[in-house]
Design a protein around this ligand. Sequence first.
Ligand code: DAT
Ligand code: MG
Length: 137
Amino acid sequence: MQRTLGIIKPDAFAAGHAGPILARITAEGFRIVGLKKLTLSAEQAGAFYHVHRGKGFFDDLTGFMSSGPCVVMALEATEAISGWRRLMGATNPADAAPGSLRQEFGTSLGRNAVHGSDADDTAAFEIGFFFSGLELL
Ligand code: DAT
Ligand code: MG
């Protein structure tokens, strides 16, 4: 079993898509081991997305991610990291495969509905960013 960090971003949460996305996650065989709704500050969003600091879209990204509530999730499955990225679809919703969450719920490159860790080390950092070990027993 492997764990990954998923986020239902502020655009999808505000549009009422948290329920359908959670239902889809369960239907696709992920176990939701951690779940919380929160609103990030811009500073917290910047710390989470530290690898993108200095890029042209960083301020837009952190401003968007701190614009309202989101839902953060620790998801468990075999091959959870690649499986969740497959379910999310490509970063740009215009390129996302039919049936993927970003194709269904994303509206632009910067407003793409969901986040997912991209590797073992980033998953460990991102899960630890939002959840303590005790919260994931
Ligand atoms: P992903 O979220 O698929 O892992 P990423 O890590 O490259 O993609 O980028 C993080 C987020 O930043 C992405 O979900 C949307 C936004 N983003 C990426 N590239 C962008 C760009 N060129 N312009 C605007 N926003 C961008
Ligand atoms: Mg990424």
